[in-house]
Design a protein around this ligand. Structure first.
Ligand SMILES: CC(C)(COP(=O)(O)OP(=O)(O)OC[C@H]1O[C@@H](n2cnc3c(N)ncnc32)[C@H](O)[C@@H]1OP(=O)(O)O)[C@@H](O)C(=O)NCCC(=O)NCCS
Length: 556
């Protein structure tokens, strides 16, 4: 019988490194320390040098409050008895699978504690990917071999001339969009991510580093993994001086997205992928420098983005990074906003804007450009230029400017009839109502809903939030009346601006840059998988109107 006590247990366990295996112990779903440890020194741990993820079930224990003060017995005898045998490894594999399933449902399973023995590679994202990639490559190969000729749908002329709506034509692993339900990141909805991903403080918004881990591996990380990733991003965050000088070469009046994209292009000179390609790296290895570039890019963007903000709006007074903060909080800090609620907003913002499957303009652009083996910087800069369009990422800017001009025209105490008139005036002038409608979604965007919930919790009396709420009642029936709008409901951009404005970030022209920083997480993750899976050059067929006419005449 063995007794465990939090850190002591971990360090003792970690010292059991026979055969080079580093071990640590923690408990899910809570990280409360265990009770007292006697000694682990007598424990022999004859495990081979495997990248093991070992879990032992069945540590049902008394309630956590009583638990922390009491010794907690852990039977290791059975482990000793079976270690080294195949039975053990098979049990490990089965338990590991079971644990992953339960981890997804874990919040309600408070009475179950897991003892997880893991190798150092469990804390290393790169090592995890290295393990996963051969398996995923096999999956893709098998899929192609077994189902390569299965039809996924019919292409109609409408689809060809209507922006390829509804045409399935891309492989995108990190997220999937359902028209009614909204986005799922590796199978998890936004509310599920809010519950399961580690937060800065209990019950808080998810840390974007956790989402990055999830997008890359498909697994929900624990806090230790997320903290490790935060530190890794910090260690990669140094931006070379020439990047700032490249931005400085532009007039300060240039649109923030132009300055930001130029900064990204200037970052490209450090591309590891480009260097490796020039040296003749074989294509089976491409994912490695893509990983380096994507991680460096994600890590460096907050510094570049905040430089643009401070340059344009704060007389160039730069705020240095604070290494004690997580990714999103540090970004907010460098922008000049330290209110703890704003830090929470930034964590939520960066999480929910990160990925929206592969067909949207920015994601698709990065995927397309990357398919030519352009490195992640080149691919992401291209994506940013797509994001800068008003029908895509620039809509967040448009929404706040539109609401501000509404307030200027009618005042803050605006009646429902005045609102309706304003919406109709916008439509009659040939413009779209920004923040409403979507190419795929057919219901209210869950990214809108979670921002609304944030507002209800933190700023219920904000006059601009109240206006956004009123618009939610007024706009959908009007767009429905138009008869042609497929989705009259609000999207993510209808809400983000008023939240940022509430905390003082009110420069609407800057908003799309925030979106861009977040989008690097989804795009960077998928680019790594694009190269890992060896996805080929993207090259769909195009046809002329004449070709279509001739083809359709023959077909009918
Ligand atoms: C997002 C968007 C570009 C999707 O376009 P789409 O897939 O072509 O949308 P639909 O199929 O519903 O468009 C059908 C018609 O309704 C119009 N429509 C769609 N959303 C509209 C809106 N919010 N306001 C006014 N008209 C709209 C389209 O412009 C199109 O008109 P047309 O036939 O005269 O060209 C579109 O809804 C839009 O422009 N929204 C406002 C901008 C915005 O919020 N963008 C951010 C998206 S996350």
């Amino acid at each position: 019988m063995l007794y465990a006590r939090g850190k002591e247990y971990i360090s003792k366990f970690a010292s059991c490194t026979e055969s080079g295996l580093q071990c640590s112990v923690w408990f899910l779903p809570t990280t409360r320390p265990l009770g007292g440890v006697k000694s682990l020194s007598a424990v022999r741990w004859p495990l081979p040098k495997y990248d093991l993820k070992v879990l032992f079930l069945g540590f049902l224990h008394p309630p956590a409050t009583a638990f922390s003060s009491r010794p907690f017995p852990v039977s290791i005898l059975s482990l000793q008895a079976i270690s080294g045998s195949m039975v053990f490894f098979r049990s490990v594999a089965a338990l590991s699978k079971l644990r992953s399933r339960l981890a997804h449902q874990s919040t309600s399973l408070r009475s179950i504690r897991w003892l997880q023995v893991q190798s150092t590679s469990d804390l290393d994202l790169h090592a995890q990917l290295k393990d996963m990639i051969p398996e995923q490559q096999e999956c893709l190969k098998k899929l192609k071999a077994e189902h390569g000729k299965v039809q996924l749908g019919n292409i109609t002329l409408d689809m060809v001339i209507s922006g390829m709506r509804g045409m399935t034509g891309l492989l995108w692993e990190t997220s999937l969009l359902d028209p009614d339900e909204g986005i799922r990141f590796r199978g998890l909805s936004i509310p599920e991510c809010q519950k399961l991903l580690p937060a800065a403080s209990s019950g808080g918004e998810p840390l974007p580093e956790g989402l990055l881990w999830l997008l890359l591996t498909g697994k929900v990380p624990n806090k230790e993994q997320v903290d490790g990733l935060s530190a890794e991003l910090q260690s990669r965050a140094k931006v070379p001086e020439h990047v700032f000088r490249a931005i400085d070469a532009l007039p300060v009046t240039a649109h923030p997205m132009t300055q930001f994209a130029s900064g990204v292009m200037a970052l490209q000179v450090e591309s590891e992928f480009q260097k490796a390609y020039e040296k003749g790296m074989p294509k089976t290895m491409f994912w490695e420098p893509t990983y380096e570039d994507s991680m460096n890019l994600i890590a460096r963007l907050p510094t570049v983005a905040s430089y643009v903000y401070r340059r344009i709006y704060k007389d160039g007074q730069i705020i240095p990074a604070d290494s004690s903060l997580d990714y999103a909080a540090n970004f907010s800090h460098m922008l000049g906003f330290d209110d703890p609620k704003m830090l929470e907003l930034m964590r939520l913002y960066v999480t929910i804007h990160s990925d929206h499957e592969g067909g949207n303009v920015s994601a698709h652009t990065a995927h397309l450009v990357g398919s030519a083996l352009s490195d992640p910087y080149l691919s992401f800069a291209a994506a940013l230029n797509g994001l800068a369009g008003p029908l895509h990422g620039l809509a967040n800017q448009e929404v706040l400017l539109w609401i501000e001009s509404l307030v200027k025209e009618c005042g803050e105490d605006i009646t429902t009839d005045q609102l309706k008139d304003y919406v109709w005036k916008t439509l009659k002038s040939g413009k779209v109502v920004p923040g409403y409608g979507h190419g795929v979604l057919r219901k209210t965007d869950p990214r809108y809903t979670c921002q609304r919930e944030f507002a209800l919790k933190h700023l219920p009396d904000d006059p601009f939030f109240k206006l956004v709420s009123k618009l939610y009642e007024v706009v959908p029936p009007i767009l429905t009346d138009l008869g042609k709008v497929k989705n009259p409901w609000p999207n993510v951009d209808a809400h983000s601006g008023v939240l940022l404005k509430h905390f003082g970030l009110s420069e609407a022209r800057y908003f799309t840059v925030l979106f861009g920083v977040s989008r690097s997480i989804g795009i960077g993750s998928q680019l790594i998988w694009d190269r890992a899976l060896g996805l080929p050059l993207e090259r769909p067929k195009s046809v002329t109107m004449d070709w279509l006419r001739t083809y359709c005449t023959k077909a009918t």
